[in-house]
Design a protein around this ligand. Structure first.
Ligand code: KG4
Ligand code: ZN
Length: 331
């Protein structure tokens, strides 16, 4: 018997749907909401309304691309949180209604857990115990994963997430939202000639707020000498910012590997799409004898395939939710 699951992701500003059959992703559709760039960040009410418009066509396309009919589904999975209430409610309500009408199980998925599970979509898959660093717009943490259900967080951010560090710095530099991918692109044309401080946080925790302030003061100072400083040096500034964020992340990962002795090392989440971070992880991995893992590009930023793979393993354990499931904005 084959297991066919439809997975839905609507926690923030992108509507995603994916179909997985026997643990293999058959479709992965995402409807991006470009409108938020106009406002410099995600506007929750607008995101919610766009999800309502996008959810039916996104799911229809995911089913069509997978060649699967609604009545063939064995389960429906949905992200219940963390995320924006108005966004989550669209996906959760849709999933509950579909599960009820088709009389099939509903599977509840945590968004952060799904980011890590993206590592198990393609081959080669990591082995346990695994050291996983999740870096996204809402999350920066290092965990030891001993099994799918045995995850211990050993380090986390004390303030901003790595993605926020990119996005907030980008805002200071006048870049559009989300600035992460733009800083990544511009970095490739520049050199990290400006030195920004590395915070001295003990242990495995992270902090990015000091870096943001340092960049703000640096830009203000330089603008006094040359009002066009940012414009004239944007590529080098971006390369310097990226270089520092990457070194903060990689240095903690190296520390975590030394402390735990684990050499199966992975990154996941939106910021793992960053070319500088991907390169540096591979470089360090070679140097230190790690086996390194990064999800395919399409599975780094928010997507429903990561929800689908998580759902597949939950289905095997018959870990189902009841139809009273409600969104959990805090996860
Ligand atoms: O995982 P994700 O799509 O959503 C959350 O769960 O937060 O991550 C979004 C974050 C944003 O902050 C975005 O700027 C960042 O990931 N991001 C990047 C890149 N692509 C996305 N940051 C740096 N370089 C990139 N290439
Ligand atoms: Zn995410």
């Amino acid at each position: 018997m084959s297991i066919k699951i439809l997975a839905i992701e609507s926690s923030c500003d992108d509507t995603g749907a994916s179909v997985i059959v026997d643990g293999k992703i058959k479709s992965n559709v995402i409807a991006n909401q470009q409108i938020h760039a106009l406002y410099g960040g995600v506007v929750p009410e607008v995101a919610s309304r766009k999800h309502q418009i996008n959810i039916v066509p996104t799911i229809d396309t995911a089913l069509k691309n997978a060649g699967v009919q609604k009545h063939e589904l064995d389960a429906v999975a949905v992200v219940s949180g963390p995320g924006l209430m108005g966004s989550l409610i669209v996906g959760v309500t849709f999933a509950k209604t579909l599960a009820f009408s088709l009389n099939i199980p509903l599977i509840e998925i945590n968004h952060h857990r799904a980011h890590v599970m993206a590592l198990f979509i393609d081959d080669p898959k990591p082995e346990f115990p695994l050291l996983a660093m999740t870096v996204s717009g809402g999350h920066t943490q290092i965990s030891i994963m001993r099994d799918f259900n045995d995850v211990e967080v050993i380090g986390k951010t004390l303030d901003d997430a790595a993605g926020e560090a990119f996005d907030k710095t980008g805002k200071l530099l006048g870049l559009d939202y989300p600035a992460g991918p733009i800083i990544d692109k511009y970095s490739q044309k520049g050199k990290p000639v400006f030195e920004f401080p590395e915070p001295s946080i003990k242990g495995l925790d992270f902090s990015f707020s000091g870096l943001k302030t340092a960049i703000l003061y640096f830009v203000q100072k330089e603008k006094k000498k040359d009002p066009d400083f940012v414009k004239n040096n944007i590529y080098d500034i971006c390369a310097s910012v990226q270089d520092r964020i990457v070194s903060i992340l990689i240095n903690k990962l190296v520390k975590a590997s030394k402390l735990t002795g684990i050499k199966e090392v992975a990154i996941a989440g939106g910021v793992s799409a960053n070319s500088g971070l991907r390169k540096e992880l591979q470089k360090k991995g070679k140097e230190l004898g790690w086996n390194t893992y990064i999800p395919a590009f399409a599975y780094c930023t928010d997507n429903a395939a990561m929800v689908a793979i998580t759902a597949h393993y939950k289905y095997l354990e018959e870990d189902f939710a009841d139809l009273l499931l409600s969104p959990k904005p805090r996860g």
